[in-house]
Design a protein around this ligand. Sequence first.
Ligand code: TRP
Length: 384
Amino acid sequence: MWQRVTAVPDSRHCSIALPPAATPGTSPGRDSRIDRAGWVDCGAVSDQPDKPRRRPRVFSGTQPSGTPHLGNYLGAFRNYTAMQETHDCVYCVVDLHAITVRQTRAELRRNTIELANTFLASGVDPERSIVIVQSHVPAHSELMWILNTITYMGELRRMTQFKDKTAGAEGESIGVGIFDYPVLMAADILLYQADAVPVGEDQKQHVELTRDLAERFNNAFGKAFVVPEPIIRTEGARVMGLDDPTRKMSKSAGSAGNYIALMDPPDVIRRKIRRAVTDSGTEVRGGPDKPALTNLLDIYSVLAGEPVPSIEERYVGRGYAEFKTDLAEVVIRALAPFQERMRELEADKGYTLEVLRNGAERAEAIASRTLAKVRERVGLVPRP
Ligand code: TRP
């Protein structure tokens, strides 16, 4: 089944006022199923064998660890929302991934619900898309075990993220979960027969491993999986830290001055932007020699929907301070509808739980079909 890939338009449901999202750059892998005319093979495995799938499917996961911030929104959640126009989407709060790093019970619970709410307040529509918590669908863990049996130690040891996370601590005290993390991610993706996986550059290697595992399984046991394509976020979506414009905005950065949390109140946003580092000089201008101003101008531009040159022109002869004051107001105004929606969601806990209950049910229906096929291919006797 072939499907035309179209540009991703801005979503009607997006609650942060924004110009159209950049079309995510697709990054065809080795045996790309995107042909030259831009058509994608949606895969032979349909979730409803009698009714062929009409749209390609997307799966993406986010860890519920730490505070969702502006970089997450512009780099990921905004795309989640936009992709609903062209794809059937499954968006997952990957709590089982998050526990590879020790979490407190209360924090894990709070972060899980907050992240689900963040998807919704960003514009993910739970009627069109499936929103789930990973641990609610046990098929993720079950498929992971089967994939473990065809995964090589060597290929996991070569993962850049594994090497980074364990640098200097190779040996005894690295959790097996950290090592096996990419196999759980592969299970997430393959369970839903996802055609496309939007991820940051840092996760591309994990999607490539997923492709290798899908092909290895299909070749060894007979076809059970769609081989997914990574969709790598465009450069413009990379928001850098306010206190260090050479590294991307991060919730695990040392200081809260690094990021703007999506729920930061206006006075906190004003203070963080006032304290953001700037480059030497006084001109409000971007460029390779001005990483800090480039980042601030990019944020302004994306949130106000105004091209950078036109902003630069308006600030000729005015200083950094005035620009930062205005930028803070742009950010506050852009986040206001999101924050209001979050407060509504927080006030109605039953609604989120209902979304997750319904999501798990719909997800389970797809996942159990894949798992049944996998078990059959492997030769596991069906439960009588
Ligand atoms: N590993 C991803 C990250 O840390 C999160 C993730 C888990 C994911 N499962 C996934 C992303 C499946 C995309 C698809 O960002």
